[in-house]
Design a protein around this ligand. Structure first.
Ligand SMILES: NC(=O)c1ccc[n+]([C@@H]2O[C@H](COP(=O)([O-])OP(=O)(O)OC[C@H]3O[C@@H](n4cnc5c(N)ncnc54)[C@H](O)[C@@H]3O)[C@@H](O)[C@H]2O)c1
Length: 548
């Protein structure tokens, strides 16, 4: 018979447990709130009371609701008190021996039909369940931090569990106002299995020294549109927690991208765990200096924008508004001799209008213009020398310049990303020819023009797409493995990680073909990057993942 869950107990009143107690009690459940000693139970009471009082002072909770919520909670240090609980959820530290000890003790205390749930983030639910007298009643109920705020609850089923128990816990989560996602027992479940490798890749890129922490954070926050950048998020979550989940993931998958980057290990060894210790990737102490200064170049006074289409117009207008003297060339027949010596030249092919030579479909027009240098841009290249920094805003213009300009001219690939709530990223790649001063000038000029500049090595994907496309590919691989649906994954990332839209919503907007092609290019840097077969199939069929 399906269990009826009314009276609940939460064991461990730390970061998670105290918040979960609040969630249950606010929803009207009678709750036993348990910690190891009476003093710790009292401390837990303090956490819950403070949180409720904060809600009252913010006008989010009425005084009488606060009192009624607290009245529903019994704080105790005695597991023996839990004999009549319908569900017991443990939120004790992430150590198998502690979880085993709790569940073994509960086996002799709670009713045979009581549900035993674990809030574990990374331990094997199957191993926890197998160590109990009644594994059919053991299930994962994984809340996210802060539990009163984040809506995701991952409900983890094992091969041992009674399906009715899973249904009852899913129902319970829905009644709490949460968004449950039911999945099997796999390292990291959904949200952490996707989030943590993304964070690890950002750390790995940072440890190369080629991309600054500000640029990496802007790539996540502004470029992808996430609530915060990856390094800031690591500091918030705790670097020890990130490392621990990396290790669990790597243990299960043996994928290089899941391994803990050496810098992460070093910071954990050094005790720099993020916000909670005052220092992680950033310094949170009161006397911390300002972030590393990125620019010393000063913006350029003159620039030429050559090309057609929206991006060319946007760049020309934005630069002019920033006070740059802009020479605008939008006609392939215009005389370009005057561009000689121009300090900054931006070349923009026009994907919308197609190839400037034949009007065909951009880089794949087939007229030969992209196979041989593009006439228009080749003409421009003919008058340029090392006095100019050349920015190419698309692959067509990059291709047109290949082998045409003298080798000592710095050609920087430029990518304008779609605007997000944080602004619009203009990222550029730094080739070996570029001097530090040129890089600083490009950065300052783009910033003055209203963009958020990001700089990294001139390699496929630059920074934003290097992070985003692999993150998307991981999500598709999870679907391909039959572990979760695109809808569940989007729920997990929005409700559990605060993403404004899900990964599949982003993927469908970009197009599976664009992401697959991008990954193939990135694979030239790292052969472990392989587009998921399902991604390739969606690209070939031109089929979105989500029903429209
Ligand atoms: N912190 C997070 O962001 C987060 C998010 C989701 C899930 N989790 C998971 O939740 C669980 C708890 O994590 P946390 O961050 O809240 O830990 P925490 O260290 O903040 O709290 C653990 C609590 O358990 C108590 N405790 C320890 N041994 C006990 C025992 N034998 N009996 C009763 N109480 C005991 C401690 O006194 C403490 O109050 C872990 O499994 C963790 O993986 C954590």
């Amino acid at each position: 018979m399906a269990p009826h869950i009314s009276k609940v107990a939460v064991i461990g009143l730390g970061t998670m447990g105290a918040g979960i107690v609040e969630v249950f009690a606010k929803a009207g459940h009678e709750v036993y709130a348990v910690d190891g000693t009476p003093e710790l139970a009292e401390r837990g009471k303090g956490f819950v009371t403070t949180s409720l009082d904060r809600a009252v002072s913010k006008g989010k909770l009425a005084e009488d609701e606060r009192n009624a919520t607290l009245d529903r909670i019994t704080f105790t240090a005695e597991l023996a008190d839990l004999a009549d609980a319908d569900l017991v959820l443990e939120a004790v530290p992430e150590r198998m021996e502690i979880k085993h000890a709790i569940f073994t003790a509960l086996d002799d205390i709670v009713r045979a039909d009581a549900v035993l749930a674990s809030n574990t983030s990374s331990l094997s639910l199957t191993e926890i369940a197998a160590g109990t007298a009644h594994p059919a009643r053991v299930v994962g109920m994984h809340f996210f931090n802060p539990a009163p705020v984040l809506a995701l609850v991952e409900v983890i089923r094992t091969v041992l569990v009674d399906p009715e128990v899973v249904d009852a816990v899913r129902e319970l989560a829905l009644n709490l106002g949460k968004k449950p996602v039911v999945v099997g027992d796999r390292a990291g479940f959904v949200a952490n299995a996707l989030l943590i490798p993304y964070l690890a890749r950002a750390i790995a890129l940072y440890q190369t020294g080629a991309v600054s922490r500000t640029d990496l954070d802007n790539a996540g926050r502004v470029g992808i549109g996430l609530p915060m950048g990856p390094l800031t998020l690591c500091d918030l979550v705790g670097l020890d927690v990130v490392k621990e989940v990396c290790e669990v993931m790597y243990d299960a998958t043996k994928r290089p991208s899941d391994a803990s980057p050496s810098l992460l290990k070093q910071l954990v060894l050094a005790g720099r765990l993020g916000r909670k210790t005052g220092q992680g990737f950033y310094d949170y102490s009161a006397d911390a200096g300002a972030d590393e200064g990125e620019s010393t170049g000063g913006m350029t006074t003159a620039a030429a924008v050559v090309g057609k289409g929206e991006i060319a117009e946007l760049l020309a207008t934005s630069l002019a508004q920033a006070g740059v003297g802009v020479t605008r060339i939008a006609d392939p027949d215009a005389d370009v001799a005057g561009l000689a010596g121009s300090p900054l030249v931006v070349l923009v092919g026009d994907a919308a209008e197609g190839c400037a030579s034949c009007g065909g479909d951009g880089a794949e027009c087939g007229c030969g213009a992209t196979e041989s240098p593009h006439d228009w841009f080749t003409g421009v290249a003919g008058v340029l020398d090392e006095r100019s920094v050349v920015l190419t805003a698309d692959e067509a213009s990059e291709f047109a310049l290949t082998g045409v300009l003298p080798a000592d001219v710095a050609v920087l690939p430029l990518r304008l990303h779609r605007p997000t709530k944080g602004g619009q990223v203009a990222e550029f790649g730094i080739p070996l020819q570029a001097t530090a001063e040129q890089v600083a000038t490009v950065r300052d000029t783009l910033e003055a023009a209203g963009f958020v500049p990001i700089a990294g090595p001139a390699r496929p994907g630059l920074v934003v797409d290097a992070l985003l496309f692999q993150h998307l590919n991981d999500a598709v691989a999870m679907v391909d493995a039959g572990y979760a649906t695109p809808e569940d994954i989007d729920t997990a990332m929005t409700a559990g990680c605060g993403y404004p839209v899900g990964l599949f919503a982003i993927l469908d907007e970009l197009g599976a073909d664009v992401v697959a092609d991008g990954l193939v290019e990135q694979a030239s840097l790292d052969p472990s990057i392989v587009p998921s077969p399902l991604l390739l199939e969606h690209a070939a069929a031109d089929k979105p993942f989500l029903a429209r």
